[in-house]
Ligand binder design. Structure first.
Ligand code: GRF
Length: 225
């Protein structure tokens, strides 16, 4: 099977980019990172790409008169690099509908919450405020509306009573690094279909366990039964 050429768009530290790089370096992984594009020249992720000998490009939104012109420059660079799948990994610019439609079902994003809950920024702060007992992360196809689109894969993590934004973010991030390369693999293996804005993946088992939090230890002990 031909290897899928992915392009990764970043704005920051690039830990998800690193997870994709690490996966792509494993033998048999069906995708390769063709290029990394950042809208910010100071993004730490650029160094990660360089260390892995991946071509990097800086396309700053500040150099363009409007969103469309910026999006068109991104598109031109992605085409030039032969990119087949665009992965947003902490890319902090909204893409306009021209770009989103052009890359429809070939453009994915990772978001640090269980969408559709907590779309947008400050996800962990809001999750803690709301007192949810689970949070997690989502990889989804991108649509014009922020953090919306058919969901490919999600991971659930517990929210602990003592959590701060930082501890919760770290737990979710660890899960992000697991699911992003998985989502790219499913797509590269041509197993992902979007039907009526829902994703169906061939040859895959859904999670079979119900998670409950908090769990009362007493309720589980034989004496309590
Ligand atoms: C991640 O939490 C991702 O879910 C969100 O932005 C963050 C990027 O982190 N979209 P990194 O740059 O991949 O480390």
């Amino acid at each position: 099977m031909a290897v899928l050429k992915a392009g990764v768009l970043i704005s920051g530290r690039g830990s998800n980019l690193q997870a994709l790089i690490d996966a792509a370096q494993k033998s048999g992984y069906p995708a390769t990172i063709a290029c990394v594009i950042s809208n910010d020249a100071t993004a730490g992720g650029l160094e990660r790409a360089k260390a892995a000998n991946i071509p990097t490009h800086i396309i700053s939104h500040r150099d363009f008169k409007d969103r469309l012109a910026f999006d068109q420059a991104l598109d031109a660079k992605l085409q030039e690099e032969g990119v087949q799948l665009v992965c947003l990994a902490g890319f902090m610019r909204m893409l306009g509908s021209w770009f989103v439609e052009r890359w429809r079902d070939r453009l994915i994003n990772i978001h640090p919450s269980l969408l559709p809950a907590f779309a947008g920024l400050d996800t962990h702060e809001r999750a803690l405020e709301q007192g949810v007992k689970f949070s997690g992360c989502t990889v989804h196809f991108v649509r014009a509306e922020l953090d919306h689109g058919p969901i490919i894969i999600q991971a659930v993590v517990p929210v602990l009573p003592e959590d701060t934004e930082e501890t919760l973010a770290a737990r979710v991030l660890e899960a992000e690094h697991k699911i992003y390369p998985e989502a790219v693999r499913f797509i590269a293996e041509h197993r992902v279909n979007v039907l009526d804005e829902r994703v169906f993946i061939t040859g895959i088992a859904a999670a079979s366990e119900t998670l409950i939090s908090p769990i009362d230890g007493l309720a589980k002990s034989p004496a309590a039964q």
